[in-house]
Design a protein around this ligand. Structure first.
Ligand code: ZN
Length: 413
């Protein structure tokens, strides 16, 4: 059983949180990381071979028995020559058994058990192999071998459950699983206020409690996404002119991964900023439930037809996921509701109006910020399940232009 699964079963509720850090490595250390990831892949490949041989011999093992047998067969005692700590080798076996379990659960026509040989695999260290040494951390690689020494990133290492060495977009990353006490349901939490949230392209997120409003300007995010699409289109056009799998094609593929990865990292950071600003604002205004509009119904069905639209959904979903995670950590519940009609109904008189620019101006003379109207309506839908007219029109709103460097300040608590 993996460390993650075990933690979930513990009596005292703990919340596991994964933090990611990019490692800046010299050539020697990068080569060491590459070597360790190859070793982990060797363990995986051994599991694939053994499992296949046992299957072909007619052996039917339960997941539990398979895990036990594979662990025994890959151990140092049994001649396992992997240059990894025993627990690290076992973590690969656990990952393999989990993959087998997944396959068994949804065994269909085209499904095959894990069969592909891997060149690299994620290396995992469990708590026992992690030795903090001041501002560095040593990750054990087995008796008699040099540990992998990496920066400590100022983490509370006594609460770290697992460390993973991941390769992503041309860099090595450290995924650190941290155990935190789960937030207890404080009395009065449920009595907190509710707010509505509207996601948009220009204004990434607009929040409203009915009388207070916050507009988070996401132009920066949009421009990064534009760049992402542009780079993708350009490199794909070049790729379409050469033979798939050729040297030139592979070179372009690597460039695509590297360049898109770099942009995506900036996007991730911006999304994180937006979520932080939003959660900080909710905490400051005593909000415990946040209703966020989702594109439901007809629009969702159009997904398969247009690529651009699909990307749009994907982008919204990313930000929403980030917001949901961060909100949960601060005891705020995010409820997703269909947002149909929320952008074109006047909160004051209920008249229908499709705004053209940034200002919502209904035929009866009510005007307000377009996205704030959306957020106010989503709040109404969340609270009462329908859009009731007669609500005061938002007159002013707070506007925050995202400055990534301020993200920490936004959520000091
Ligand atoms: Zn009106």
């Amino acid at each position: 059983m993996s460390a993650i699964k075990r933690a979930r079963k513990q009596a005292t509720p703990v919340r596991l949180r994964v933090l990611r850090f990019r490692l800046r490595l010299g050539p020697t250390q990068a080569a060491r990381c590459d070597f360790l990831r190859r070793e982990a892949a060797r363990v995986w490949n051994r599991c694939v071979e053994l499992d296949r041989a046992w299957r072909e011999a007619g052996l039917k093992l339960t997941a539990w028995a398979l895990e036990k047998q594979l662990k025994a067969a890959t151990a140092r005692k049994a001649g396992g020559d992997f240059e990894l700590a025993a627990n690290t080798t076992q973590a690969v076996v656990e990952a393999y058994v989990e993959a087998v379990e997944r396959f068994r659960r949804r065994q269909g026509a085209a499904e095959r058990p894990p069969h592909r040989q891997k060149a690299h695999f994620t290396v995992a260290w469990k708590a026992r192999e992690i030795q903090p040494q001041g501002n560095r951390v040593a990750l054990a690689c087995g008796r008699g071998r040099q540990p992998l020494v990496i920066p400590a990133f100022g983490l509370p290492w006594e609460r770290v459950r697992q460390v993973q060495l991941v390769y992503r977009h041309g860099d090595y990353w450290l995924h650190v699983t941290l155990a935190e006490p789960a937030p207890s349901q404080r009395a009065g939490d449920s009595a907190g206020r509710a707010a509505g949230g509207d996601q948009g392209e220009v204004h990434a997120l607009t929040l409203s409690t009915g009388d207070r409003h916050l507009v988070l300007v996401g132009r920066r995010l949009r421009s990064e996404w534009r760049l992402w699409h542009k780079v993708l289109a350009r490199l794909q056009a070049l790729q379409s002119r050469c033979q798939k799998g050729s040297r030139r094609w592979r070179k372009l593929q690597a460039a695509k991964e590297r360049r898109l990865g770099r942009i995506l990292r900036r996007i991730e950071h911006l999304e994180c900023c937006i979520a932080r600003h939003a959660v900080a604002w909710c905490l400051a205004h005593g909000v415990s439930t946040l209703y966020v509009g989702d594109l439901g119904g007809i629009e969702r069905r159009a997904q398969g037809r247009r690529h651009r639209q699909r990307m749009h959904f994907w982008r919204r979903a990313r930000l929403l996921r980030r917001l949901r995670q961060l909100a949960a950590r601060h005891g705020i519940t995010v409820v997703v509701i269909p947002e149909r009609g929320t952008s074109r109904t006047c909160p004051a008189c209920g008249a229908q109006h499709k705004p053209r620019g940034r200002v919502f101006a209904c035929p009866n003379g009510h005007t307000a910020h377009r996205d704030v109207v959306g957020a106010v309506n989503i709040l109404a839908l969340g609270l009462w399940g329908e859009l009731l007219p007669g609500r005061p029109l938002p007159r002013e709103q707070e506007t925050t232009y995202l400055r990534p460097d301020r993200q920490k300040a936004a959520l000091a608590a």
